[in-house]
Each structure stands twice: as structure tokens, then as C-alpha cells.
Ligand binder design. Sequence first.
Ligand code: GRF
Length: 199
Amino acid sequence: MRIVVLVSGRGSNFQAIIDNIAAGNLSVTCAEMITDNPRADAIQRARENGITVTVIDYHAYSSRLSYEVDLLSRLDELRPDLVVRAGYMRIIGNEIVLAYKGRMINIHPSLLPSFPGLHAQAQALEYGVKVSGCTVHFVDEEMDGGPVILQRCVAVRDDDSEETLAERILLEEHIALSHAIQLFCDGKLKICNRRVLIL
Ligand code: GRF
């Protein structure tokens, strides 16, 4: 199975995928990393690991639509089995979502449906929840709203800052995302309405 990974910045989730492939824990090929950000640290990570990078610089486009035309055409050229959003900070329009429905997953740093959108860890602290975590889900038309594949929990501590909570959630993200990719590639995920059954 071939995956394409979409990344916007640091790329620690992308690195975890690379490391799991190298360690033999994840049996997929990463065909390419696509980023919307020419300054993303993830570019260096890809180069160091011999993974092709395509930069589709969001800010070089006059509209989201024209950006997405190029993103979709690159994805279609690559013909991945699965598109993995790993810290990709853009909302994707319906044309791409529909083209890759059931074949695109996202990692989010909260237990959805709590705290969708940006600053999920800060939202969790502000609300005062005692448990947060991460969610891997299929991407649908609603932001952070698609069927949930896996979730991993993290206890919130009294002395947590946004940074310390984000750090502990990130460790769980690194495990959950690779696990979900492996389940998908093994054909073990069955979407039944909102539920994802793990066969
Ligand atoms: C992660 O917390 C991810 O869930 C969120 O943005 C962060 C990206 O981190 N969407 P990285 O780029 O994978 O290090």
C-alpha cells in the first residue's frame, strides 16, 4: 500500500511514520510528502529519509480553490491508497474530500467531538476536562468531524500548561496514527455510518 502524507510544519507525526516504517512496524510505502508550507521542518525530515517532497505553497495562490486544484491533481498523479493528514493545518474543500472519501485520515489532538479546530489542547485546559487525548478519524465534509478510527487518552494534570499537555498528547498521536494506517492498509477498517469497526 502506498500512502501520501500532508504536513504543514514541524512534522513529528510524519517522523513517527517514517520511523515506524524503518523499524518494520508499519508495512507501507510513503510515496511522497506534500506540504503547503515551504518553510516546514518536515521538508528536511523527508529529505533525510529519501522521501520525495512536493511543496504546494498555499500563499502563492490567489484562492483556496486554485490551490486545491493543484493539490488534487498532484494527489491524482500519485494515486495513493491512503492520504494521511499529519499536522496539516488547512481545511480541505469538498471536491478533494469527496474524491478521497474513506481514503483520507486525520490526526487531531483532542478526544473528538470535544475541542475541534485550532488550539485543541488549550481548549481542553480552559474547559477543565480531566482527560484529553488524540483522535484519528476519516476526513469528511465537516472539520474534524469524520468517523473515528482510534482514540488514545491522556490524563490532564493540575499543573499542565498548553505546552506540557500538548507534549504528552503528541506521544499518543505518534502511536495512534501509525496504528490507524496499519489497520487501514490491512483492510481492517469498516465504516458503518458514523462508526468505524475494527475487524
Ligand atoms: C499535532 O498535534 C497534530 O495533531 C495537530 O498539529 C500538531 C502537528 O504536530 N493537528 P507535528 O507537525 O506532527 O509535529
